[in-house]
Design a protein around this ligand. Structure first.
Ligand SMILES: *Cc1c(COP(=O)(O)O)cnc(C)c1O
Length: 446
């Protein structure tokens, strides 16, 4: 056992109790509740650079970065100044503003999209992209992959039917069968499954949506050429290829996941979705793509879509400041820091005899406590969750805040300096031993 080096989370526990009395599970998004790892979720009072401070005064190196958005670290002075300046001029007008135009121009300059429309969450972005794909093609079927998360859109909260080309079942109570009856769910990285689905239903498929590189089952990179194969298969069948870069966009690389495959191989998605980094820590997201497809959207075209706070001036100002500061040097720094952490994590787990695999795409990575490569959701599901929970809590006790779930990416920022990275390196041996111990007591073979 290691001696915890942080104060008991007394105030967090008290706040959690109050929160549970007024909010389901005490949180406003499920993974924050620590259900998968146990223990008291930390209530955060403030954050600066790479560090979070909880309400008990404990400091942690943040390896979540708000689940991706904080590419520049917390409270970046230039982003903060731009936001404060914008706030002084009012916070929402319900009329168009200059920052919206500038952020749209910035995204169009960086990503392979000709037009973008802003929304307030990634969920809205994917939901709207699918409606647009259906409106554009006049078709109704949507193809997605198991383990890819696109927000809590009814038709995408779906689990695979009994066969490869059979329609999906609701993935949660509250979603009617009619909402998933037009969704096909396929295993990721499986070309045969894609070919079978298109052979059987090709003339009804409006679009295929995929995470450009899945990060929501842990990081499961597309096998070389897989996204290109998806784009070509869609084209051959008159369906649209929707690349969801809400997580990877402006994060995996300067040009997102597309910068790592499409830009190199010379293809473009028909539609893309963005969120997280492009909002700079505010609720902003977007969908965009081919001009001929986007022009079907109201008010230019007949497909309806709208939002009271869409393109909010504070959110678009924060996003614009973030993207303008996200230079090649930023990505090089985040990539190098991520390499140091993932190499050390792997070394310490090996020393402790814990089977694991580290998978990455660009600056994003995750650590699976399982044997062998993870190429789809079934592989990811084999990760040892009890061992991860022990690993997580040992890291937390040593001042490192990891995702409280074994199925998430770890995120760093340009603010993760030597001191922050060293804190992670110092914590890792304790966590690796805790994971090994958890496996021994549960009888699992390491
Ligand atoms: C986070 C995420 C979403 C959902 O975005 P929200 O803003 O949480 O609605 C959609 N797609 C991907 C790939 C994501 O990572």
């Amino acid at each position: 056992m290691t001696v915890p080096s942080i104060a008991d989370p007394v105030r967090s526990a008290a706040l959690f109790e109050r929160a549970r009395a007024v909010t389901p599970g005490g949180v406003n998004s499920p993974v924050r509740a620590f259900n998968a790892v146990g223990g008291t979720p930390r209530f955060i009072r403030s954050a600066q650079g790479a560090w979070l401070t909880d309400v008990d005064g404990n400091e942690y190196v943040d390896l979540i970065c708000s689940w991706g958005p904080m590419l520049l670290g917390h409270a970046h002075p230039e982003v903060q100044a731009a936001v404060l300046d914008a706030v002084r001029r009012g916070t929402s007008y319900g009329a168009p503003t200059e920052p919206e135009v500038e952020l749209a121009e910035e995204i169009v300059a960086r990503a392979p999209v000709e037009r973008v429309r802003f929304v307030s969450s990634g969920t809205e972005a994917t939901m709207s992209a699918i409606r647009l794909a259906r409106g554009f093609t006049g078709r109704d079927v949507v193809v997605k992959f198991a383990g890819c998360y696109h927000g809590h859109v009814d038709s995408l909260l779906a689990s695979a039917g009994s066969g490869l080309a059979t329609f999906a079942l609701p993935g949660t109570p509250g979603v009617p069968e009619s909402s998933t009856a037009l969704t096909l769910v396929l295993p990721y990285n499986d070309r045969t499954a894609v070919e079978t689905a298109f052979a059987e239903h090709g003339d009804r498929i409006a679009c295929l949506i995929t995470e450009a590189a899945p990060g929501n089952m842990g990081v499961v990179p597309p096998e070389p050429g897989f996204n290109r194969f998806l784009a070509e298969t869609c084209r051959a069948h008159g369906a649209l290829f929707v690349s969801d870069e809400v997580m990877t966009g402006f994060r995996a690389s300067r040009l997102g996941q597309w910068g790592l495959d499409g830009a190199v191989e010379g293809w473009r998605p028909d539609l893309m979705t963005f969120g997280k980094v492009m909002g700079g820590g505010f609720p902003a997201a977007a969908f965009g793509g081919r001009a001929d497809v986007m022009s079907r959207l109201a008010p230019e075209g007949p497909v309806y879509q709208a939002g009271t706070l869409s393109g909010n001036p504070i959110a678009t100002t924060a996003g614009l400041a973030t993207l303008r500061l996200a230079t090649d040097e930023v990505y090089a720094h985040v990539g190098a820091a991520a390499d140091t952490v993932k190499t050390a994590a792997s070394d310490e787990l090996s020393k402790a005899g814990v089977a694991h695999v580290v998978q990455a795409t660009g600056t994003m990575f995750s650590v699976f406590l399982t044997e062998g490569a993870v190429r789809d959701f079934d592989d990811a599901a084999r990760t040892d969750q009890a061992a991860y929970a022990a690993f997580f809590h040992a890291m937390l006790d040593h001042k490192v805040y990891l995702p409280p779930s074994a199925f998430e990416a770890w995120f760093l920022s340009s603010a993760h300096d030597d001191r922050a990275v060293q804190t992670v390196l110092d914590a890792l041996p304790h966590a690796a031993r805790a994971a090994a111990q958890a496996q021994q007591t549960s009888g699992a073979t390491p």
